[in-house]
Design a protein around this ligand. Structure first.
Ligand SMILES: [Zn+2]
Ligand SMILES: [Zn+2]
Length: 154
């Protein structure tokens, strides 16, 4: 018994660097053409017709439509840059850590990134409000939400 059919085979036609929407950073890619093959016993024999193209991120392996190459990396808006630069001042001024992080993620910053920026400004110690559970920089004495004295720095 002979089985005929069509298969798809990915052929690399180009390589380069692009902004991967999944990795959210610059990554190497391979542009691949998915060509339908006439298959005999499920083994591709020869290409038939014209295939469609995909972009594969070589880091995460996600496949994208070719227009992904035109996607520009999101620019850090100037107000976000100002917000990041003001993190230390806000924390020292008594803004809870949670609020600062939320302000950053609210402007489109990745949660882990926002957290890392805040942690860097905080240093090793922080204080918590026994009532609200909000976290503050070690120099802050009272909770700006409820007015209670904060726990000793830890
Ligand atoms: Zn990727
Ligand atoms: Zn409180």
């Amino acid at each position: 018994m002979i089985i005929f059919g069509t298969r798809h085979k990915l052929k690399t036609i180009d390589r380069g660097e692009f902004y991967c929407p999944h990795c959210r950073t610059k990554r190497p890619y391979e542009r691949k053409e998915a060509r339908p093959y006439f298959a005999l016993y499920f083994i591709p024999v020869f290409p038939i017709g014209h295939g469609s193209e995909v972009i594969e991120c070589m880091t995460c392996g996600t496949l994208f439509a070719p227009d992904a190459l035109n996607a520009a990396p999101p620019q850090t808006p100037p107000d976000l840059a100002a917000l990041i630069n003001g993190v230390g001042r806000q924390l020292a001024g008594g803004t809870p850590v949670e609020f600062v992080v939320r302000a950053l993620t609210g402007r489109g910053l990745d949660y882990d990134m926002a957290r890392a920026i805040v942690e860097r400004e905080l240093g090793a110690t922080r204080r918590t409000c026994p009532a609200c559970n909000l976290t503050y920089a070690s120099g802050v004495e009272t909770c700006t939400e409820c007015g209670r004295a904060l726990e000793s720095p830890r």
